[in-house]
Design a binder for this molecule. Structure first.
Ligand SMILES: Nc1nc2c(ncn2[C@@H]2O[C@H](COP(=O)(O)OP(=O)(O)OP(=O)(O)O)[C@@H](O)[C@H]2O)c(=O)[nH]1
Length: 371
């Protein structure tokens, strides 16, 4: 599949289609078990299509439609690029992102026959949420399908106010980064009810009181942070669930329905505005000075910086001394031509995606650029 086609597919706005649930959460929060349970629940009445993008998972306990492990071999990536586990997950995601057009095409070919696409993500959440490839995957899905982020939280482990706050800050940062509709699944309610978390989100005094018991030096920081999360809580959809027993699934799905409405009322108009702004910027710059070269260069530079930052390539200012765990140092010491060409391919993909967005905005009628 040509890259231009992938970019073209990725920027078409969604109108109808299966609901895409992107399952995120800290390691061990229960994402995979939740996907399995959700699938069992949904497939009683609807058809589902499951995608695993965790390259390091050993066992996937559900029938998967697309599995990143069929495309990239995590252990080989570790060996070939001399990476540690986290660096290898990131690199696998980067390699997979360069082929994501094929995933989009596969989903599109099943568009009329599936109602839910469920995507299970790596436990190393930051590898997905703060990487260029994570952004590409998320944006490509959200441009095609009504997409909802599901943040799975380990409720028993969040019983400490400090852990709860850390989790919530993380959720908040993802929400504001992606701007996609968001549902928090407070998982493992078979161990402890999620009522305390619901109360902490709605009753500021209750959270302060819980914090009062906390002796940790982090409690002061947490107290300050809790002040700023009020507006985040106000619009947050939460549901207590148990992936183990299936408890709470009806409530969770009703939250998902609300989130899908928000996708159409908020995300799609915002997306359209971004397209319009991009088109305006492009036409302005071309009328000033045939500026495509300048635009290309600056976009390329920023795309390169972005991919350098996230895929462990060595930017000019990079120093091996700055590496704590040795992963990047190992990566940067690998000078194989394969690595270079993969990085180049990834950069070209990011760049093409950006340019196609601008070009498509210019055409105004949704026709994608030709290659
Ligand atoms: N009691 C209980 N245990 C659960 C529940 N959901 C998941 N678990 C357990 O939590 C552990 C982690 O579950 P996973 O589904 O592997 O979690 P994950 O988030 O996919 O893990 P990573 O892929 O490592 O990030 C497993 O031992 C599960 O059996 C639940 O609702 N209740």
């Amino acid at each position: 599949m040509a890259e231009s086609t992938s970019a073209q597919a990725a920027v078409e706005p969604a109108s109808h289609g299966p609901v895409c649930l992107l399952i995120l959460g800290m390691a061990g929060s229960g994402k995979t078990t939740f996907v399995q349970r959700l699938n069992a629940h949904l497939s009683q009445k609807s058809s589902t299509y499951l995608i695993n993008i965790d390259p390091a998972v050993l066992h996937v306990p559900y029938q998967v439609g697309i599995d990143i492990r069929d495309t990239v071999n995590y252990k080989e990536v570790m060996a070939q690029y001399r990476l540690g586990p986290n660096g290898a997950i990131l690199t696998c995601l980067n390699l997979f992102a360069t082929k994501f057009d094929q995933v989009i095409n596969l989903i599109n070919s099943r568009r009329s026959s599936i109602e839910f696409v469920i995507v299970d993500t790596p436990g190393q959440i930051e590898a997905f949420t703060w990487s260029a490839s994570g952004s590409i995957i998320t944006e490509a899905l959200a441009a095609q399908l009504p997409t909802v982020l599901v943040y799975v939280m380990d409720t028993p482990r969040s019983h400490s106010p400090v852990t709860f706050m850390s989790n919530m800050l993380y959720a908040c940062s993802i929400l504001y980064k992606t701007r996609l509709p968001f549902v928090v699944a407070l998982n493992k309610t078979d161990i402890i009810s999620a009522d305390f978390a619901m109360e902490w989100m709605t009753n500021f005094e209750a959270f302060q009181e819980a914090l009062h018991q906390e002796r940790s030096y982090l409690s002061n920081l947490t107290r300050s942070m809790s002040l700023v999360l009020d507006s985040f809580y106000a619009g947050l959809r939460c549901a207590g669930v148990s992936a183990a027993t299936g408890d709470g699934m009806p409530l969770f799905l009703s939250r998902v329905r609300d989130a899908v409405s928000e996708y159409y009322t908020d995300y799609v108009p915002m997306y359209e505005k971004l397209r319009t702004d991009a088109a305006a910027t492009a036409s302005k710059s071309s009328s000033v000075s045939q500026a495509s070269n300048a635009t290309t260069t600056s976009d390329l530079t920023s795309a390169q910086q972005k991919s350098d930052m996230f895929i462990g390539a060595r930017p000019a200012s990079y120093s091996e001394d700055s590496d704590d765990d040795g992963n990047n140092a190992s990566a940067s010491s690998c000078e194989g031509t394969n690595e270079q060409s993969e990085l180049e391919s990834f950069r070209r993909y990011v760049e093409r995606l950006r340019l196609d967005k601008v070009n498509e905005g210019c055409s105004g009628d949704g026709d994608g650029p030709s290659d």
